[in-house]
Design a protein around this ligand. Structure first.
Ligand code: GDP
Ligand code: MG
Length: 209
């Protein structure tokens, strides 16, 4: 976990994973800056962007890590996702191969990432198909089988995006809270004067002069 659980609002590291051109960068830029470009370039400047959200009164920060396009060369190593609290797996609804790739990423995460990493799947570019044409049953069943939620998104039309990130942040916060509750309670010593009781001098021997 890459956060300080004692001070400040909780921060969660979320990584974006998926084939090149599925719309990872577009989803992040839509969510954080509310912009979309039809000619999104392969890389973005920052390695991560942050977004603050309020979840029922608790402010949390998502640090959202996007790739710099390494996935196009199959060169995205564990260093990218190893300490992530959550992963958003993105595929393109128009391209079945990109869904297969999601399955591969999940296998890799199972082996290399934190065991209980939070997972969500985004079926992106939904604006390109009439909704009744997308067969989502298989994807939804798969998502359920890995404990992930499945969302239909369009970075272009800004649909489904708030929901994905809110779901991830909410689950991350719930998990963090349950971990804190499980910790053995530490005695509260604040404001208490601790007197170190030194053993006194050995009692004078009154015996026998
Ligand atoms: P990445 O390689 O996964 O980061 O994908 P990009 O965000 O760079 O997007 C690749 C291409 O798909 C760009 O031309 C985007 O404009 C386009 N794109 C991304 N999201 C959507 C979407 O929801 N709908 C449509 N129609 N195009 C999208
Ligand atoms: Mg990108």
């Amino acid at each position: 976990m890459n956060t300080n659980t004692k001070t400040g609002p909780p921060t969660f590291k979320l990584v974006l994973l998926g084939d090149g051109r599925v719309g990872k960068t577009s989803l992040v830029l839509r969510y954080v800056n509310n912009v979309f470009s039809d000619s999104q370039t392969a890389t973005i400047q920052a390695s991560y962007l942050t977004k603050r959200l309020n979840i029922n009164g608790t402010v949390v920060t998502l640090s959202i890590w996007d790739t710099a396009g390494q996935e196009r060369f199959h060169a995205l190593g564990p260093i990218y996702y190893r300490d992530a609290d959550a992963a958003l797996l993105v595929y393109d609804v128009m391209d079945k191969d990109t869904f297969t790739r999601v399955r591969n990423w999940v296998k890799e995460l199972r082996q290399m990432a934190s065991k209980n990493i939070i997972l969500a799947i985004a079926a992106n570019k939904s604006d390109l198909v009439r909704s009744q044409k997308i067969d989502l049953q298989e994807a939804e069943r798969y998502a359920e089988s890995i404990g992930a939620k499945h969302f239909v998104t369009s970075a272009k039309l800004n649909t489904g995006i708030e929901q994905v990130f809110l779901d991830i942040a909410t689950r991350a916060l719930e998990k963090r809270k349950s971990i804190i509750e499980e910790l053995p309670s530490i005695p509260q010593r604040k404001g208490m004067v601790i007197i170190d009781e030194q053993p006194g001098p050995p009692p004078q021997s009154k015996c026998c002069s």
